[in-house]
Design a protein around this ligand. Structure first.
Ligand code: PNS
Length: 178
């Protein structure tokens, strides 16, 4: 099905949205949300939180590179990284919309707190939620890492470039062609 993008009419400022996250690593659920979210705005910036205090498996450079590879076919999506407050990054990039996905009820409280805090910090920036695709509502980066560590099949859970890097990082698999 071809989905039409809600592009702003000529003369109207383009709507820029930010899809923030840790993306350690990107999953197929994130990718689904990026695709759907990209139809709602003129430009979608996928923003990787650089914060190394979270001890991510992949460095910020690796996470952004995987995202760039996996989103190259979306013409209005770009990948960037940020440190510090999300709303400050959004303001600096001229974005008025934050995009987040909700998988299950358990996500709601955390997302509500974050959305309300961001609104308190900058009432001009609105958070918009999309429900996770039903085939991805169980999926998380943490679980993908656990499954691959224990020898499970993650090919439906992450894009091929991410699976390749996960195997190399966690299983020491030779980094052959993807
Ligand atoms: O993928 P995640 O880990 O759920 O994403 C969380 C993220 C990056 C969106 C959130 O931690 C964040 O925005 N951090 C930046 C710091 C900030 O702005 N904090 C105030 C709002 S809670």
């Amino acid at each position: 099905m071809k989905i039409t993008r809600f592009a702003s009419p000529k003369g109207v400022s383009p709507v820029i949205g930010i899809y923030p996250g840790t993306f350690d690593p990107l999953t197929s659920g994130h990718l689904d949300l990026i695709g759907r979210g990209s139809h709602l705005v003129d430009r979608l910036i996928v923003a990787v939180l650089a914060n190394e205090a979270k001890h991510p498996l992949f460095s910020m450079e690796e996470r952004t590179e995987m995202l760039r590879e996996a989103t190259a076919h979306f013409p209005n999506v770009e990948v960037d990284s940020f440190n510090g407050l999300l709303v400050q990054f959004a303001q600096a990039r001229g974005a008025k919309l934050l995009l987040r996905g909700i998988r299950a009820v358990s996500d709601y409280e955390y997302e509500l707190q974050m959305a309300l805090m961001n609104r308190r910090l900058n009432p001009n920036i609105e958070t918009v939620f999309l429900m996770a695709g039903e085939s991805y509502s169980f999926l998380s980066s943490r679980m993908v890492k656990e499954v691959i560590r224990l020898g499970g099949d993650v090919s439906q859970m992450v894009p091929p470039n991410v699976e390749h890097r996960l195997r190399a990082r966690l299983l020491g698999a030779a980094a052959g062609p993807e």
